[in-house]
Write a protein that binds this ligand. Sequence first.
Ligand code: UDP
Length: 329
Amino acid sequence: MRKNILITGAAGFLGSHLCDLYVKKDFHVIAMDNLITGELKNINHLLKYDNFEFIHHDVTNYIDISCRLDYILHFASPASPIDYLKIPIQTLKVGSLGTHNCLGLAKSKNARILIASTSEVYGDPQIHPQEESYWGHVNPIGPRGVYDEAKRFQEAITMAYHKFHGLETRIARIFNTYGPRMRLNDGRVLPAFIGQVLRGDDLTIFGDGSQTRSFCYIDDLIAGIDLLLNSDYSDPINLGNPSEISIRDFAKEIIKMSGSKQKIIYKELPMDDPKKRQPDITKAKDILSWEPRIDRSEGLKITYDYFNSLSEEELKKTEHNDFNKYIIR
Ligand code: UDP
């Protein structure tokens, strides 16, 4: 008998790749999204399969599923800093109320649930690299607080359901991930830089570009999620690529890869922008036998080709990516 899996945030970047995987594995995939930040074009190609269905629904409202459920993957949430600023209340609600609804559903169906947490639970970290035992350094009322605290609450309520109700839960702390189907205008650094290169604009570095990130290619991340779902490990686990790079060097890499001649311009650093970020993936290696295989040069090329294949019209849609512009003081 086919396994049934509910994927929330299914029309988003990560969610749509998870839909691809589980349709291919011959699960019955129930894809759910309210399409605030997700886009139907990411899953349109799956609608023809009889083991795929889409439900347009906001998981902050009661989730009504009549069939048996074996698994729930809760990936619904805005995930880019500019999105948190544009839709702060929805960001808080989907991480808190949305997670509560998903956990309640998992309990009633006796399903195993995996929730998408984030490196943002570590805030602007004071230890480096970040290991799971670190409690983080988050400003609850800063511009990122709506996401960071919602995700921290999400972890807390998930652990409570696990401990109090004995629910089978999994928590993935996902670090910066990139690849095809990211939104060109979501404000995040990789689509921002590639969009700028393709439009012939200057690349905007926020601050002096010495801040670091560690970028994981989507296929590696998806493989890690699947391994975690199938493991029996219920504590949070970091999933990301430990290869760390400064944003300045990252901009230079993208300029070089594309063979363009754009300049770099410097803009104000967004408030509470983490200065360093690199996952310690010792646990993922030991427990899941997982580590990323696709290096940045390979992943960037695939992603660049994806953005390059978008229509002129889509390229033009890119909005202002200035984070500070959206802060309401
Ligand atoms: N950033 C940048 N220029 C841009 C967009 C982002 O220099 O056009 C910086 C941003 O300030 C941060 C890093 O790139 O230091 C990664 O930002 P992103 O929004 O991708 O996600 P974050 O990792 O901060 O959640």
